[in-house]
Design a binder for this molecule. Structure first.
Ligand code: NAD
Length: 278
């Protein structure tokens, strides 16, 4: 089984299921990304701040997979925002990854207090024009931030990677993204593996499908149209997460999982709020 592909507003495509490597040390990243490729993953999500772009690069080399067979994302860190500094940081990331062309480059956080994200976005537009990166997007952007990029540059981000899991399902932002032709990508899609995977609602659906809780949550992301990048450094779980592609939820399952959202009670979010995070 290979992951389904979703099509960006620039015509390129992305494997809907990918593998994320936040909080994975560089040498471990090399090992687990090789395992992820062996399990079937072809889409890897890293970032400069994760400190493991070089490990991901070594895994790519070891895998023997060709650039056109894989999809690699990295992200511009907050301290590098600004036009010239973005161009420089991009080249440094590419050096570490050992790649000629990147599939997807993201602004990691909007950082409204810095207020440099429009100039940063202009640098990403330039990198795409030069053919250094195929697709450009953002992470942790609000509706207001996205609208400002569109208004000031006319270039709509291809994707917005945000915190998104059943306890914080981002219905409003997903609808806005879709209305602008922006794909939604879910980070911490398993809620970082805590209480969510113990949920009785998830357990019941898992039993019904002969699947695990993590597989049910991943299948929910796939069913609602998210790009999803679960993380694990345990080989059996890497395989288990990839096999979520074989789990198909029905509408009742999806509705039940939608009902787990806690944002109406002002809860559910694990990470920082992009509107105020510095
Ligand atoms: P996640 O929701 O993917 O949860 C990962 C944790 O869940 C694991 O460490 C493990 O404890 C548990 N887990 C994984 N598979 C399991 C299984 N099959 N059974 C039981 N438990 C399992 O959390 P994450 O790492 O925060 O998010 C995934 C990826 O999203 C990151 O690696 C990174 O690539 C990306 N991310 C991006 C941002 C951003 O700001 N753009 C922020 C956080 C994460």
């Amino acid at each position: 089984t290979f992951s389904p592909e979703l099509t960006f507003n620039d015509g390129n495509t992305i494997p809907q299921l990918g593998y994320g490597v936040w909080q994975v040390e560089d040498d471990v990243a090399e090992k687990v990304v090789v395992q992820a490729f062996e399990a079937g993953f072809r889409h890897i999500d890293t970032a400069k701040i994760y400190g493991n772009e070089a490990g991901v690069g070594r895994a790519i080399e070891r895998s023997g997979l060709k650039p056109e067979e894989i999809f690699i994302t990295t992200k511009l860190w907050n301290a590098d925002q600004g036009y010239e500094s973005t161009l420089k940081a991009f080249e440094e990331s590419m050096e570490r990854l050992g790649l000629e062309t990147l599939d997807l480059y993201l602004i990691h956080w909007m950082q409204p207090q810095q207020d440099k994200y429009v100039d940063t976005w202009k640098a990403l537009i330039e990198l795409q024009k030069q053919g250094r990166v195929k697709t450009i997007g953002v992470s942790n952007f609000t509706k207001e931030g996205l609208q400002r990029l569109i208004d000031e540059t006319g270039v709509v981000p291809a994707i917005n990677q945000v915190e998104l899991h059943p306890f914080f399902n981002q219905a409003d932002l997903r609808e806005f993204n879709a209305s602008k032709g922006i794909l939604t990508q879910a980070w911490s899609p398993l809620g970082q593996g805590g209480e969510l995977l113990e949920s009785p609602v998830i357990a019941q659906i898992a039993a019904k499908h002969g699947a695990t809780p993590a597989q049910v949550v991943i299948a929910w992301h796939l069913a609602i149209g998210n790009v999803v990048i679960p993380k694990s450094v345990t080989e059996s779980r890497i395989r288990e997460n990839y096999a979520a592609l074989d789990v198909t939820l029905d509408e009742t399952d999806v509705q039940a999982i939608n009902g787990l959202d806690r944002s109406a009670e002002g809860a559910g979010r694990i990470g920082p709020d992009p509107a105020v995070s510095d």
